[in-house]
Design a protein around this ligand. Structure first.
Ligand code: ADP
Length: 489
């Protein structure tokens, strides 16, 4: 439906009428305890914190802040859970995973609304990306559960034990699925800690586990801030750590685990190059650029935050990009027409603002479309920087917000040099009509994923992970299973 509104110059303009998704489908409890051994328990710490909506600053629920004693209980419950879970026939484990996948599908709308409320992402993304992919991860890994011998012939795979899993706030339920599904499929039990700004869908997932009648202790969910995560990593009862988050915390975790012989996988930051050649299909590339950096407000570790454009098409590309930006709708995450939702937290908004200011101070040219920001909540308009030198902070540091830095190149070799001139190596994009050039580029880009004529595409069968400071280990596909298994012989 559309409305016609008078323009200030007296003309008429078509605009979208509000199309809010109903939030009635979600009822949060006032308080959530910890999910330990199949039960909800009060935190021994006696401490709680509030999870709020970043779009309105409205408090949504109180959540437990797990302390050392709580972490210990959860690891103990996961040890007991491991005995049961790893003793089940693999085909039995598969049934539970299929059940969880189906419940996620059945409750998809509720979970999508909860995700948008707690994290600020547009409902069309949580509905069309986060939830379908989370369910797909459980379906995919359900399929593997009784076929591990075939995935690793002659290597006799066995589970590792208790997996400690720490996830970030940008794709709360999807990151949970990336972690929990392969761990369970391989016969491990789990202690999962969601991020402190987005714990609610993980707590709803505890209810999904209950509904699926998952054996107690196979999945345990403890909430809290970084200190809870650090306590979990320090615990001597864990057999594996899987972490997704900032490079800084990843390094701290690695330091803590040094010498302990606990296998770990780290999926950290990124500063991906999205490389556009003059022979590309320009309109498609514009969509890929927009999707690459403005999807999920740029809170994406593999976001295409450095746009490398072949010099000959810089001006036409920028013209089209500016035009496209003016059509993006920023606002209420629960409105089905919203393209750009809220920034996840005040702290993240401050970080983005500081880096954008540094870009201006270093001499880059800023472009933002006319865009009204809501009064309450945390918001940042879609932003493009031109005149960017490779040495600028906005070209080097991960901003994790809707901010694009544009640079140019002349030859494919120069594009590769510039793309690889980063401490990170998570992803890259190449836009060209020439197949041989895609292969030539992909072979030289130091990035775990290289997308060709697309961006931000995910599939549970496709391994995802980084080079250099983007971390190590892969999630998804056969490679992802390997991270949750030990091998005899
Ligand atoms: P960001 O900087 O983007 O918020 P973080 O890396 O700080 O990302 O957070 C990712 C996850 O790591 C969150 O669940 C957070 O609570 C957790 N975390 C933060 N500090 C630590 C730490 N020292 N040890 C373990 N986990 C931590």
């Amino acid at each position: 439906m559309t409305d016609i509104e008078p323009r200030t110059d007296g003309g008429l303009e078509w605009t979208y009428a509000p199309a809010p998704e109903s939030r009635a489908i979600v009822s949060f409890e006032e308080r959530y305890g910890l999910y330990v051994g199949g039960e909800t328990v009060e935190p021994r710490s006696g401490e709680w914190f509030t999870s709020a909506s970043p779009a309105t600053e409205e408090p949504l629920a109180e959540v437990a802040q797990a302390g050392p004693e709580d972490v210990d209980l959860a690891v103990g419950a996961a040890r007991a859970g491991y005995e049961t879970w790893s003793g089940l026939r693999p085909s039995e484990r598969a049934k539970y995973l299929f059940r969880i996948a189906r419940i996620l599908q059945e409750r998809a709308r509720e979970l999508a609304v909860a995700e948008s409320l707690d994290g600020g992402k547009p409902i069309k993304e949580s509905r069309d990306v986060d939830l379908p992919l989370a369910a797909a991860h459980f379906f995919y890994h359900a399929g593997w559960a009784d076929k591990l011998e075939y995935a690793f012939p002659n290597r006799r795979p066995r589970p590792l034990g208790v997996a400690a899993q720490i996830i970030p706030w940008n794709f709360p339920l999807l990151m949970l699925a990336w972690k929990v599904a392969p761990a369970l499929a391989c016969g491990n039990s789990v202690v999962l800690k969601p991020a402190e700004t987005t714990p609610l869908t993980a707590l709803l997932f505890a209810d999904v586990c209950r509904q699926a009648e998952l054996p107690p202790g196979a999945v345990n969910i403890i909430t809290g801030d970084g200190s809870t995560g650090a306590e979990l990593v320090r615990h001597t009862g864990i057999d594996k750590v899987a972490f997704t988050g900032s490079t800084e915390v990843g390094k701290a975790i690695q330091r803590e685990l040094a010498g302990r012989g606990v296998p770990h996988t780290l999926e950290l930051g990124g500063k991906a190059a999205n490389i556009v050649f003059e022979d590309c299909a320009l309109d498609q590339a514009i969509e890929g650029i927009v999707n690459g950096i403005y999807f999920n407000q740029g809170h994406v570790c593999c976001a295409g935050s450095r746009l490398l454009v072949q010099e000959s098409i810089l001006e036409p590309l920028l013209g089209k990009l500016r035009g496209r930006l003016s059509t993006l709708r920023l606002g209420d995450p629960l409105d089905k027409n919203t393209d750009i939702g809220a920034i996840n937290s005040r702290a993240q908004l401050d970080r983005i603002t500081e880096l954008v200011e540094s870009g201006q101070a270093e001499g880059a040219e800023l472009y933002q479309p006319a865009c009204e920001l809501p009064e309450r909540g945390y918001w940042f308009p879609p932003t493009v920087f031109t005149n960017v030198a490779q040495s600028f902070r906005i070209a080097q540091e991960e901003i994790f917000g809707p901010v694009l830095s544009v640079m140019t190149f002349r030859t494919p070799a120069e594009a590769v040099d510039k793309a690889n001139n980063t401490a990170y190596g998570l992803s890259a994009g190449v836009w060209t009509e020439k197949g041989s050039r895609i292969l030539w580029m992909a072979a030289r880009l130091r990035a775990g994923v290289v997308w060709a004529n697309t961006f931000n595409r995910f599939d549970p069968a496709s391994p995802f992970g980084g080079y250099k400071e983007s971390g190590f280990g892969r999630e998804g596909g056969r490679h992802g299973l390997e991270a949750y298994l030990g091998f005899e012989g």
